[in-house]
Ligand binder design. Structure first.
Ligand code: ADP
Ligand code: MG
Length: 501
């Protein structure tokens, strides 16, 4: 087989047909349902204890910290009460040694230290005033790892994902750990709400939408990891639930869909997926995330290209001499895990198949291959495979969002299911269904939304008419602001309950 034929053949292994999508969606809706009834280890449907969506009229000041898979962010937010807001941000990369250390206290000390620095940099006066008045600022903790909540401000870590591995923290309440670390710095801050990034993004978008518009009901993240939250009827949540507000009859549920179909009943599975899984820190887990999220797509591409390279007929990077480890260069990136970042797939997708200069340059730089060993055919082969991996990820992402919309009863053109948002014959005057997304993959991968829309059009229960109703917006870095909004809503709610007339 020639290089291009072999590349096409590898790419074809990543194809997810419309039939596959429909099969996945059925199983997805089934798993969402199971997670509401039982404590399951996979799509565990974590109740968030957030029962209302932001209306855009909330007012006040609050804080948030966001422990992402790559970055630690701190922010303060002032809500003006008219869908407008201002925020201050700080961001740092999480040192890899902290992510896999043996000591959880170190991680929470690092977070509290960042909050302390943030006060020193942006809010010295506020800090003094709060200390004098003995007031505290509410803080929303954006913690996007499966943590089981029995209230809005507690969460027991079930397992780490996205490259974190600190066994010491598992089965502990992460809110309490953070509060202890904050108290060590003597900061006037109370951890008021534990929020995952998907719910944060959703709340942020909901707050900023024009007041007259339908509020957001699904939030999804496609960054280092992937997850989605959606609004579910309380009556459908039949497993044990802690004390909660039942005035709305609904609650946001964090699906933890990264673990969808861990048993691989319906998901596509290639030998590259298997290799990536096998060399991960959690083989057999987060099997959906391993096909969809930013952490894994680049690695899938690297593994697939290794296969292509190993085929002597394909002649990928013909004549290349890899760096000699004896010369102190270490193994070539091409053979090193994680050497290809998912941003390379975005570069590939943005390139016109005839030109490919940016992708060629990126390959030379990323893989440290002399430019004269990267032919036009090589770059085209890389693009073919990269595009297939990116497209499959986006289609699976669309399948997940679409299934959550159906499960939440937000959208349906099937008259046998009671529609929450009524769909008329001609679809005029139809209310939109709003979803918030965030994460570098959905924000930056060219065509991600287009691929998701293609999927919505073929899913049973959405279809072409339903797809038109779906409005989607990127809540860029909204997860921290959203967590601050939730913390404020909780704090204001408490104040209004305890206020004496
Ligand atoms: P976090 O998950 O920490 O909140 P992000 O949302 O920025 O951070 O997601 C980081 C992930 O996005 C990384 O896995 C990275 O490989 C991927 N990524 C970064 N830039 C791009 C891009 N241009 N296109 C696609 N994926 C990207
Ligand atoms: Mg994020």
């Amino acid at each position: 087989m020639s290089l291009s034929q072999k590349a096409e053949s590898i790419a074809s292994e990543f194809v997810l047909s419309d039939d596959d999508v429909r099969k996945c969606s059925k199983q997805f809706i089934f798993e969402l349902g199971e997670g509401l009834k039982h404590v399951v280890p996979t799509v565990c449907q974590i109740p968030t204890y957030v029962t209302k969506v932001a209306r855009g009229t909330e007012k006040g000041v609050s804080l948030a910290v966001d422990l992402g898979g790559t970055n630690l962010r701190v922010c303060s937010v002032e809500l003006k009460g008219d869908t407008k807001w201002t925020a201050k941000h700080a961001k740092r990369v999480i040192p890899p040694e902290t992510m896999t250390g043996s000591n959880g206290a170190e991680l929470f000390h690092l977070i509290a230290h960042e909050i302390d620095q943030f006060f020193q940099l942006h809010h010295r006066d506020t800090l003094q005033k709060l200390r004098q008045s003995k007031d505290v600022l509410p803080l929303g903790f954006t913690f996007s790892y499966p943590a089981y909540q029995t209230s809005i401000n507690s969460g027991i870590l079930l397992r780490w994902t996205k490259g974190f591995d600190i066994p010491d923290v598992i089965n502990k309440d992460v809110c309490q750990l953070l509060q202890v670390a904050i108290d060590d710095f003597n900061l006037p801050v109370e951890v008021t709400a534990l929020v995952n990034d998907a719910l944060g993004a959703l709340m942020f978008r909901a707050y900023t939408l024009p007041l007259s518009q339908t509020r957001t009901s699904v939030g999804a993240i496609f960054g280092t990891g992937t997850n989605g939250v959606y609004l579910e009827k309380l009556s459908n949540i039949t497993k044990a639930l802690g004390t909660h507000d039942d005035s709305t009859g609904e609650m946001f549920i964090s699906s933890e869909w990264g673990s969808f179909d861990n048993g691989l009943l319906v998901q596509p599975n290639t030998k590259y997926d298997m290799k990536v899984d096998q060399s991960s820190i959690n083989p057999g887990n987060q099997m959906f995330e391993k096909r969809v999220s930013g952490m894994f797509q680049g690695e899938l591409l690297r593994v697939a290209l290794n296969e292509l390279y190993a085929d002597p007929d394909a002649c990928l990077f013909r004549g290349v001499q890899w760096d000699d480890p004896a010369q102190g260069e270490g193994p070539a990136p091409f053979f090193t895990r994680w050497a290809i970042d998912t941003s390379l797939l975005s570069i590939a997708a943005a390139e016109n198949a005839q030109e490919l200069t940016a992708l060629s340059e990126a390959l030379v730089k990323t893989l440290r291959i002399p430019a004269n060993h990267v032919s036009a055919d090589d770059v085209r082969a890389v693009k073919t495979i990269a595009d297939a991996i990116g497209k499959r990820a986006a289609r699976l992402a669309g399948m997940a969002i679409g299934s959550a919309l159906i499960k939440g009863g937000r959208i349906t053109v099937d008259r046998n299911i009671l529609p929450v948002t009524r769909v008329t014959e001609d679809f005029s005057g139809v209310e939109a269904v709003d979803i918030a997304v965030d994460g570098s993959v959905v924000e930056l991968y060219p065509g991600f939304e287009r691929y998701m829309r293609e999927v919505w059009r073929v899913i049973d229960g959405i279809g072409p008419a339903g797809e038109k109703m779906i409005k989607m917006g990127v809540a860029k870095d909204g997860s921290s602001i959203g967590a601050a909004i939730i913390a404020l809503i909780v704090a204001n709610g408490r104040a209004s309950h305890t206020a004496t007339p």
